[in-house]
Design a protein around this ligand. Structure first.
Ligand SMILES: Cc1ncc(COP(=O)(O)O)c(C=O)c1O
Length: 362
């Protein structure tokens, strides 16, 4: 009898490892209110305008949401500086990454992915039967020369996160232009700007305008971090008409739920909340830089809402000890960074608690 078999490549897909949840820490150590600095979430909570929108739409959740997400896309177009026709909304930006892979990648294609980056690019590419070609990092930053060196006849897509997770580094606008020019037109270039709102470097520029110049570029955006809606799942892809047409062909009709549509739209117009988020993040980063320096620890200066700190050979033990004290960070061994932990910026009191416990442990 023939047995049901999944695709021959499915067992090569590594599991996505999420940040340890607060629930896990409560169960493992009985700590009732742990501090989670592991998933780059917004420490201020959701935008208050988003909460109001959820409150006022909860009684219409028996209705299907707008399949075109038009109001949300209008708000996103105003925010990101493009027109609604060039935007597709997703159930988180993870879904947009999936759409891009499913629309363009065939079994046997090669996908170029930097060695130390967001792990879902690899998972989504491998799920389509692609071969992931990993490229070297240079001082924790994406190396565009190494990406170019790995282009082959089989390359179908290139992924970069700008700024990059988990290193926090970003490529400047000149490097992005160079990269866009070096990638052939028949290769999809995905530029993930999940953390773009947090960038302080003047040399950074969003690549959204490039989608009108290069038919092979899609940029990715999310409301999970800067707008505090990780639990609701709202993300976007921005691209020229030909990519858009392909992505829309595979979009499930009601992929963004009704509360996410309403809250996402409200959050995009809530510029006060964004301002507060950026102030909290930047003050928190500066605080952690100063404290890490005081403790004699090196870190990678970050353009995001998290920072990589070099703890040294005992990093895993320090991470575990922090967990026991109810401070959840991310140990970076799975990214090949055995000596590092990644810490998301929290509220001032949370950042202070992290430093207090880190100092005691060290
Ligand atoms: C670089 C990057 N892209 C995309 C995502 C996915 O975000 P979401 O699916 O919540 O929009 C993340 C989440 O951590 C990320 O770090």
């Amino acid at each position: 009898m023939k047995r049901l078999r999944p695709t021959s490549w499915i067992n090569n897909i590594p599991a996505y490892v999420p940040g340890t949840s607060k629930d896990t820490i409560m169960k493992r150590f009985g700590i009732s209110d742990p501090i989670k600095l592991a998933s780059n979430e917004n420490p201020l909570g959701p935008s208050p305008e988003a909460i109001k929108a959820i409150e006022s739409s909860k009684r219409i959740t028996h209705l299907y949401p707008d399949p075109d997400a038009l109001d949300l896309r209008k708000a996103a177009a105003a925010f990101f500086g493009c027109t609604p026709e060039h935007i597709i909304a997703g159930n988180g930006s993870d879904e947009i990454i999936d759409f891009a892979c499913r629309a363009f990648i065939e079994p046997g294609d090669e996908v170029i992915i930097p060695e130390t980056t967001f792990s879902y690019y690899r998972i989504a590419s491998l799920a389509c039967g692609a071969k992931a070609v990993m490229t070297d990092m240079k001082d924790h930053a994406i190396d565009i020369d190494d990406i170019e060196a790995h282009l082959s006849e089989k390359t179908k897509a290139v992924f970069i996160a700008n700024p990059n997770n988990p290193t926090g580094t970003c490529l400047d606008s000149k490097q992005i232009l160079l990269l866009a020019d070096r990638i052939p037109e028949h290769v999809l270039l995905v530029i993930d700007e999940a953390y773009a709102a947090f960038v302080r470097s003047q040399a950074f520029k969003s690549a959204v305008n490039l989608v009108h110049v290069h038919d092979n570029i899609v940029t990715i955006h999310t409301l999970s971090k800067s707008h505090g809606l990780a639990g609701l799942r709202v993300g976007f892809g921005i691209a020229g008409s030909s990519i858009m047409e392909s992505l829309y062909r595979i979009k499930p009709p009601f992929n963004v739920n009704l509360l996410a549509l309403k809250a996402g739209q409200a959050a995009l117009y809530d510029l006060d909340f964004l301002k507060q988020t950026l102030e909290t993040t930047w003050n928190g980063l500066d605080y952690l830089y100063a404290e890490a320096t005081r403790l004699g620890l090196q870190f990678v200066p970050s353009q995001t809402n998290f920072v990589l700190i070099n703890i040294g050979t005992g990093a895993e033990k320090v991470y575990e000890e922090l967990l026991k004290r109810g401070i959840i960070t991310r140990y970076m061994a799975s990214y090949g960074l055995d000596d590092y932990i990644r810490v998301s910026i929290g509220l001032p009191s949370e950042n202070q608690a992290f430093i207090k416990h880190l100092e005691e442990i060290l």
